[in-house]
Ligand binder design. Structure first.
Ligand SMILES: [Zn+2]
Length: 696
């Protein structure tokens, strides 16, 4: 629902990148003692160990910043004091600064007439439609009317099904989402996957036991929905009731989703694949076959689903009695997706609404709204233009060479510096590392969207029609893949665009992806010293490799199959070490009144610490290595200034540790750091060896 608007708050989100692609959560084993944390002697340090310097206002000229007590604050204090957030940016980090550089570059692409070819044509045509505010204002909310009317007219279950299968179903809303991916049994062929739809409150658990996270999602979605529905002609009371009904409908869906859903892997549930006939029989009376047909994805011989219970329960949810709830869900979802397709007032109001939720009161920036809309709808053409304009093969060769070097050292580290692994598991881990695919900077073969076209402003085109054409084209591309040979190792440019400040590890094909967007700013520059590169891009490369060995990566083998490659004893030890790490992070309170979840951030904390271990291993092999420069660059990489609202959201939802913890908690695990600066017992950065939690 926040897809387009998130461009405006992208910087907040991008402060938390260098992530892995989404991977199923894994339950942590057992509990461990929570190590004692010194008592707070400063009310601004709720967790008693380190003042969180990321929150705006926590650090002033007078705040003591000792290297040995709070390294994150010590290195970044001047930057913190001299940084003001750009308009509509609730959070600024080094990665966020890199994103600003990228946005500036992309903004230029929108109007650069020297660019030629179909990608440039599409981008410039959509830019003309999006930025023609006079035309959009003249149309106002009119373009949305027929679609909202079609929902309003639904009066029975049959009419509801007719609507879902009609052209009026603008946002392609069904009781499931569809995707095309490799067959789990025969991974050489593409087939259809169906999942329950995304839920407003984040996960099905939030409908059973609501937490702060669910509340946050609820508040954000309700504000946007209420505003949009009133804008589209409903009164405030109707709008409020409709939102409640949509949540009530989702609660019925959530009830049908078992709690262990996220533990199921798409690669192992071969028994959950059906023929279309079997699948239709399962949902008894709910015409899923017609919906698949209407969506354009019925051409698959095999339908795979992760939660069969959900599809069997649909017949009890789709009843005449529930039609009003489902209808309101359709209205809320459609209205909330229209925010960027109507007039200026709508776009700006919603952008400012998201800004206010993140603690900002600045006016929406029209250029940013336009950029995020164009980039949101045409991700591939924009990415292709960025690659052709700003990336070189030389960059690709340079980064590939660094990664290969890293893999070599990583291998040695696994061989020499991990003493708790048995020879069998060590061998399997090294095989996994050796077999890891490496994608750097940009894909060898760019996605081709030459089959897409839509009418521009001088051909009588409209933004809404352009969107329809783009969505249709995307579905046709998916449909065309069905039954064809799958290539699971191909760089997925939609999920991992080169022009994003990000990098990722995918357990499903054992690959790391280092995108062009991370090769700017404090992360990477050709002119940086070796130590600076190690603290920037080196950290990110090591982090992504390490995801192969975090709690999720540990469950997948060298080819991305969910096959156990551990001895029982080693796996138990691994889980015990993870439990100690989880319990240790549980003890932090990065913001007063919020409980920290070690379980949520464990994969990222493991990746940070393992990467640091590898970097320090490399440092040891280098004559005259400049540790001071390296540690400072690492601390710069995760510097952060955020509004309290943005920090709160990060603490509640982000799977990465808070930024000052990425610096302090990671570095404090290692003697190389502590000894280099003479940090000893009694210093804030000191952690006794028995309390350290690095898993690898
Ligand atoms: Zn990560």
């Amino acid at each position: 629902m926040k897809r387009i608007i998130c461009g405006l708050l992208l910087l907040a989100l991008l402060g938390t990148t260098a992530c892995s692609v989404e991977i199923p959560a894994v339950t942590a084993a057992g509990g461990a003692e929570i190590p004692a944390v010194p008592a707070a002697d400063d009310t601004k340090i709720p967790d008693g160990r380190w003042l969180n310097p990321d929150i705006i206002g926590n650090v002033t000229e007078d705040t003591p910043a000792e290297l040995k007590d709070n390294f994150a604050l010590y290195v970044n204090k001047d930057w913190i004091l001299n940084t003001t957030l750009p308009d509509l940016v609730p959070s600024l980090t080094s990665l966020g600064e890199a994103e600003l550089i990228l946005m500036d570059r992309k903004m230029k692409l929108l109007t650069d007439d020297s660019l030629t070819g179909h990608d440039a044509e599409l981008v410039h045509k959509l830019y003309a439609l999006v930025s023609d505010w006079d035309y959009r204002d003249a149309q106002g909310i009119e373009p949305a009317k027929p679609y909202m009317d079609a929902i309003r007219d639904i009066d029975s279950l049959d009419e509801l099904y007719d609507y879902m299968c009609s052209e009026h179903n603008l946002m392609q809303l069904y009781p499931f989402t569809m995707n095309v991916d490799a067959d789990p049994v025969d991974s050489s062929v593409y087939i259809t996957y169906l999942d329950p739809p995304g839920l407003t409150l984040g996960t099905e658990e939030e409908y059973r036991n609501r937490t702060d996270v669910g509340d946050l999602f609820y508040d954000e979605a309700k504000q946007v929905s209420d505003y949009m529905l009133v804008r589209l002609g409903f009164n405030e009371e109707e709008a409020s009731d409709m939102f409640e009904n949509s949540i009530a409908y989702e609660a019925l869906l959530a009830e049908a989703i078992p709690s262990d859903k996220h533990q199921r892997s798409k690669n192992t549930d071969a028994e959950d694949c059906y023929t279309l006939e079997e699948f239709t029989g399962m949902s008894e009376g709910v015409p899923v076959d017609k919906m698949l047909d209407a969506s354009g994805l019925s051409g698959s011989d095999t339908i795979c689903i992760t939660v069969p219970e959900y599809f069997s329960a649909l017949k009890d949810i789709f009843t005449e009695e529930n039609v009003p709830l489902i209808k309101d869900w359709l209205a809320v979802r459609t209205a909330s997706e229209l925010t960027d397709l109507l007039d200026k007032e709508t776009s700006k109001t919603v952008a400012e609404m998201y800004g206010a939720m993140a603690g900002l009161d600045s006016e929406a920036n029209e250029d940013l709204i336009v950029l995020s809309t164009v980039a949101g709808y045409l991700p591939i053409p924009m990415d292709n233009l960025y690659i052709r304009t700003y990336c070189t093969e030389q960059q690709q060769e340079d980064i590939a060479a660094i990664v290969e070097d890293f893999k070599k050292y990583y291998r040695e580290m696994l061989e020499n510096e991990v003493d708790w692994l048995s020879p069998e598991t060590r061998k399997a881990a090294i095989e996994k590392l050796d077999n890891m695919r490496v994608n750097v900077v940009f894909p060898d073969e760019l996605e081709d969207w030459s089959g897409l076209d839509f009418a521009g402003p001088d051909e009588g085109g409209s933004l809404l029609e352009a969107r329809r054409a783009i969505e249709r084209f995307k579905t046709e591309r998916k449909a065309a893949k069905l039954g064809t040979k799958a290539d699971i190792y191909k760089w997925n440019q939609i999920d991992l665009p080169a022009s994003t400040v990000n990098a990722a590890y995918s357990p499903y094909n054992n690959s790391i992806n280092i995108q062009a967007g991370v090769l700017v700013g404090e992360i990477y520059d050709d002119d940086m010293s070796f130590e600076q590169k190690m603290g920037g891009i080196g950290m990110i490369i090591g982090h992504e490799i390490s995801h192969a060995f975090d709690t999720s990566g540990a469950e997948y083998d060298e080819d991305g199959r969910r096959i156990n490659w551990w001895t029982d004893e080693d796996y138990t030890t691994f889980q015990e070490r993870v439990a100690k790490l989880v319990a240790w992070y549980d003890g932090f309170i990065p913001m007063e009144g919020l409980k920290y979840s070690g379980d949520r951030i464990k994969t990222e904390a493991i990746a940070d610490m393992t990467s640091m271990k590898c970097l320090l291993y490399i440092a040891k092999q280098m004559e005259g290595f400049d540790y001071d420069t390296f540690f400072r660059q690492y601390a710069k990489l995760w510097r952060d200034q955020s509004t309290p609202e943005a920090v709160r959201e990060t603490i509640l939802m982000d799977v990465h540790p808070a930024h000052y913890l990425r610096i302090n908690a990671t570095l404090a695990q290692f003697d190389d750091f502590l000894n280099f600066y003479g940090i000893t017992e009694g210093d804030g950065m000191y952690i006794a060896p028995e309390d350290r939690v690095a898993v690898w």
